[in-house]
Design a binder for this molecule. Structure first.
Ligand code: NAD
Ligand code: WQD
Length: 338
């Protein structure tokens, strides 16, 4: 069924790739983003990839009047909700800003949706809700906990959605728990563009390979893992975007609260990632080993069977695809810098 989707945070990393997937699936898309961590040129780039642009409104999910106008003026059927602040370290320094933006923003969005009788939302949750898991792979029924205010905002929003569904079962709600999204669109036109020093591994590797950073610091090599470095479930962002379209299709068939992991089910260590990046892209990533980063866990990867069973979705892109696409994007960023 063709629908109009409101994509909050649609100029950001995951939102922009999901706009492409939605447009390619034939949906109409309207993006709402306050550009606090992205820029509006992304809309034109999405247009170049898809031969049609999404609508764009610069604004904030906390602005009730603006949201009401959007629902009045566009025939929105569903919301994909990516807008939020996401830096774990910043959230420790700025907890109120994180709760206000992420939790109050989401509440505001849900209340305006209800007033407009739009009752379908796909929400960006995170593997961070599993805290430090007792074992791997992680299934959706693992206990939830958190180590940061950022993670706490995801827990609270997950609970808000569960309570809402319990009280009003005519909603269609998805809580998608992403593992570690990396890579970029294969066109080289959209990707992750962190402001300042990247917190996450893949952009740091790409910037180091490009010579923008002297070396990568590996946070600990004495974990109980294959080579002592941290192990994660890295997932290509285009696969992740396609998972959103699958979740939307699923919700169009039923009124449900859906909770699924989106990952590959495969754990990759920091050293394995560096080696794959160097080999794929014929480049060099100098590194040194330092102490563990506070709050890091040893290993984390998804049990992906539920997503496959319910959504018919699984990742298809390889580690080499992730490395090649990140590198292409890094180089296109360099070439587009004046
Ligand atoms: P991103 O920062 O690239 O995108 C988020 C977008 O939301 C940005 O464009 C930002 O400008 C916008 N935004 C933030 N607050 C807003 C507000 N109040 N009103 C309107 N727009 C606002 O981040 P991303 O990596 O694309 O993440 C998208 C979502 O997925 C986030 O909710 C994030 O917490 C979640 N998530 C991300 C990861 C990851 O590793 N990238 C992992 C799990 C979950
Ligand atoms: C991956 C591995 C690091 C950088 C974070 C958030 C999580 C989620 C995704 C949103 C770890 C190591 C990293 C570096 C390194 N976001 N590393 N040197 O920590 O799994 O998850 O982003 O929900 O909530 O916590 O991802 O990319 O930061 O780290 O050695 O410079 O790389 O120790 O083992 P993480 P990451």
């Amino acid at each position: 069924m063709k629908t109009t989707i409101l994509v909050t945070g649609g100029t950001g990393f995951i939102g922009s790739h999901t706009c492409v997937a939605l447009l390619e699936a034939g949906h109409d898309v309207v993006v709402l983003d306050n550009l606090c961590n992205s820029d509006a040129t992304v809309i034109k780039r999405i247009g170049q990839i898809c031969n049609r642009e999404p609508g764009f409104i610069e604004g904030d999910i906390r602005d009730s009047a603006l949201l009401k106008n959007i629902f009045d003026e566009h025939n929105v059927n569903a919301v994909m909700h990516f807008a939020g602040l996401k830096a774990v370290g910043d959230s420790v320094q700025l907890p109120l800003a994180y709760y206000e933006n992420n939790v109050s923003g989401t509440l505001n969005l849900l209340m305006t949706m209800r007033a407009a009788a739009v009752k379908t939302m796909v929400f960006s949750s995170s593997a961070t809700v599993y805290g430090n898991p007792a074992s791997v792979p992680i299934t959706e029924d693992f206990p939830r906990s958190t180590t940061s205010p950022y993670g706490a905002t995801k827990l609270v929003i997950e609970d808000i959605l569960a309570d809402l569904y319990q009280a009003e079962p005519d909603w269609r709600l998805a809580r998608l728990r992403y593992f570690n999204p990396v890579g970029a669109h294969e066109s080289g036109l959209i990707g992750e563009n962190p402001r300042g020093v990247p917190n996450n591994l893949m952009p740091f590797i790409a910037q180091t390979a490009a010579g923008l950073r002297e070396e990568l610091t590996i946070f600990g090599d004495n974990y109980d893992t294959i080579d002592g470095t941290g192990v994660r479930d890295y997932l290509h962002v285009v696969d992740l975007a396609n998972g959103h379209v699958a979740a939307l299709d699923y919700l169009q068939q039923r009124q449900e609260l859906l909770t699924v992991n989106l990952g590959t089910g495969q754990g990759i260590s920091v050293l394995e990632m560096i080696s794959a990046f160097e080999k794929t892209n014929h480049c060099n990533v100098p590194y040194r080993i330092s102490d563990r980063r506070t709050g890091d866990i040893a290993k984390c990867w998804a049990d992906t069977r539920l997503a496959c069973q319910l959504l018919g979705w699984q990742s298809s892109r390889t580690l080499e695809n992730m490395c090649a696409d990140s590198w292409r994007w890094q180089n296109s960023l360099r070439n587009s810098t004046p």
